[in-house]
Design a protein around this ligand. Structure first.
Ligand code: ADP
Length: 244
């Protein structure tokens, strides 16, 4: 479903991603861990071309972007629609209700009919447990509720892949569980997901594979049991010791 080949990303003189290669099968959940500044967010943003890779290729399904050549805007716009992104700080439109936030993308970007979108948006808000909060504005919702709107909004675009960038790290501890539960349900339904998170329990329970990034490279990748019980690399051991 997702294939990343020889991906590099440079900001000015800083090489942030160095020769990243990843293959993810449909329906799999991959959790990306690693120290701050190791390139996790940049990798996610390259997957939906919020950042343009310096070189390398990214494919989702049968759509591929090869950044060793010039890539046109239309191809990028089409590619971006394949992914739904959930941000650390929710990024909801503050002047729109929960329902309007969820409806906005399909109507303005995909030009879908309002009646169709409204029905889907309501279903999605129900799915994330917010059927009674559809007409609330973001400021009237808790962080956990706002993030669940964020997930419903990403799903409303009917993406092939969901990308989560530290979706619970801005939340008060007691609100983390409700967001992780929605993500677990999605995983169970077979959604292909790439999740940057510090929630190791979630990684252990839900991930098919855990990727440890350090200093712009993939240091180690493995099934969660092996990654957490018997990591191979010294850097991975150090990191896991620090966060536990
Ligand atoms: P992580 O998500 O693992 O904390 P990031 O991908 O956010 O790491 O950042 C990796 C490195 O890239 C950091 O050194 C960060 O300062 C740098 N970086 C990220 N985005 C930009 C940008 N837009 N311009 C310049 N440097 C950036």
């Amino acid at each position: 479903m997702i294939s990343v080949k020889g991906l590099y990303k440079q900001f000015d003189d800083l090489q942030v991603l160095k020769d990243i290669n990843i293959d993810i099968e449909q329906g799999k959940v991959v959790v990306v861990i690693g120290p701050s500044g190791s390139g996790k967010t940049t990798l996610l943003r390259c997957l939906n071309v919020l950042e343009t890779p310096t070189s390398g290729a990214v494919a989702i399904g049968d759509q591929q972007l090869d950044f060793s050549q010039k890539v046109d805007r239309k191809a990028i716009a089409n590619f971006r629609r394949l992914t739904g992104m959930v941000f650390q700080n929710y990024n909801l439109f503050p002047h729109m209700t929960a329902l309007q936030n969820v409806m906005e993308g399909p109507i303005t970007v995909k030009k879908e009919a309002k009646s169709v979108v409204e029905e889907r948006a309501k279903e999605l808000l129900k799915k994330v447990g917010l059927h009674d909060k559809m007409d609330y504005y973001p400021f009237q919702l808790s962080g956990g509720q706002q993030q669940r709107v964020g997930i419903a909004r990403a799903l409303a675009m009917e993406p092939n892949v969901m990308l989560f960038d530290e979706p619970t790290s801005a939340l008060d501890p007691e609100l983390v569980g409700e967001v992780l539960q929605v993500m677990k349900d999605l995983a169970k339904e077979g959604m292909t997901m790439v999740v940057v998170t510090h929630e190791m329990k979630f990684a252990n329970e839900v991930a098919d594979e855990v990727i440890f990034m350090d200093n712009g490279v993939i240091m180690e990748r493995n099934v969660p049991d092996v990654m957490f019980q018997s990591p191979k690399e010294e850097r991975t051991k150090q990191f896991l010791r620090l966060i536990q």
